[in-house]
Design a protein around this ligand. Structure first.
Ligand SMILES: NC(=O)C1=CN([C@@H]2O[C@H](COP(=O)(O)OP(=O)(O)OC[C@H]3O[C@@H](n4cnc5c(N)ncnc54)[C@H](OP(=O)(O)O)[C@@H]3O)[C@@H](O)[C@H]2O)C=CC1
Ligand SMILES: O=C(O)C1=N[C@H](C(=O)O)C[C@H](O)C1
Length: 237
């Protein structure tokens, strides 16, 4: 598979390593630091684009890739208010694979989170809250993954209706605390507290290799498909 990397930062570089180890080729690296942009002729060779950039640039990058008829795999967070526009373009024949978190472990954790929330419908003595911890360079809060986890709870725990950043959990609100420290690659903690005990589930990224591996698998999956694709389509959860 011939891959165009859009964004050659922490994720772009890790994806390059994993893609090469799986026998793929990187034919373009579109990033300000590289000096290569969407006019690059090497993009014509690509089978797929893998995009990990910044919240404010992601959407325009997707349009550039679609203009070149390239399927896109993206994990960029913080732009999701425009997701409906991307889904509409997918209905017109473009291919877009999105995940707020490409780690296989996190996608298992998404399912555990939903099941635990379901069980808590008959246990009103528990209050739920969430904490996410990331490196100090992260631009968005809460993390895209924390939003996905909160949505998983809201869909399954009827007493909760909203999530709020940096507010305590109370009534129908799930409080999400976002912590930025050091070089933490990504930790998500969900806590259910009663007067007598506490249940905590936690997912901790220990290497970005897991996130990059998921993104490369997604690209392998996307190149032979059309439309809007997710990890559930690929992992068949
Ligand atoms: N879904 C998932 O599994 C994961 C998602 N992410 C998300 O991916 C995104 C990127 O993360 P990460 O790699 O750690 O961030 P980095 O800041 O390390 O890398 C982003 C790169 O994109 C470059 N860039 C900025 N603007 C453009 C543009 N218009 N076109 C091409 N490249 C551009 C940046 O250059 P410059 O520094 O000069 O701006 C930088 O080199 C974030 O939104 C993050 O939340 C991260 C990990 C996993
Ligand atoms: O910015 C990061 O680093 C990460 N971003 C994603 C998110 O916002 O959820 C995924 C992972 O947590 C790492």
């Amino acid at each position: 598979m011939k891959i165009a990397l859009i964004g050659y930062g922490k994720m772009g570089r890790t994806i390059e390593k994993i893609a090469l180890s799986r026998g793929h080729q990187i034919v373009a690296k579109i990033d300000p630091v590289n000096g290569e942009d969407f006019t690059s002729p090497s993009l014509k060779e690509a089978d797929v684009a893998i995009e990990f950039t910044r919240p404010e640039t992601a959407f325009i990058n997707y349009l550039e890739c679609f203009r070149l008829n390239l399927p896109v795999v993206s994990g960029t967070t913080g732009w999701l208010e425009r997701m409906d526009e991307i889904k509409a373009l997918c209905e017109k024949g473009h291919t877009f694979f999105y995940a707020s978190n490409f780690s296989i472990g996190m996608n298992l954790f998404f399912e555990i989170n939903k099941r635990l929330a379901q069980l808590m419908n008959s246990q009103p003595q528990y209050e739920v809250s969430m904490t996410e911890v990331h490196h100090i360079h992260k631009l968005d809060a809460p993390s895209g993954t924390a939003i996905t986890l909160a949505e998983g709870i809201l869909e399954n725990l009827s007493r909760k209706k909203y999530w709020e950043l940096d507010k305590p959990s109370t009534g129908d609100v799930i409080g999400i605390k976002a912590v930025r420290e050091g070089e933490v690659p990504g930790t998500h903690i969900i806590n259910y507290i009663s007067d007598v005990d506490e249940i905590t589930i936690e997912h901790k990224v220990t290497s970005r290799d897991g996130l990059a591996f998921g993104a490369v698998l997604a690209a392998e999956f996307a190149i032979s498909r059309k439309g809007f694709l997710t990890m559930s389509d690929m992992l068949k959860f």
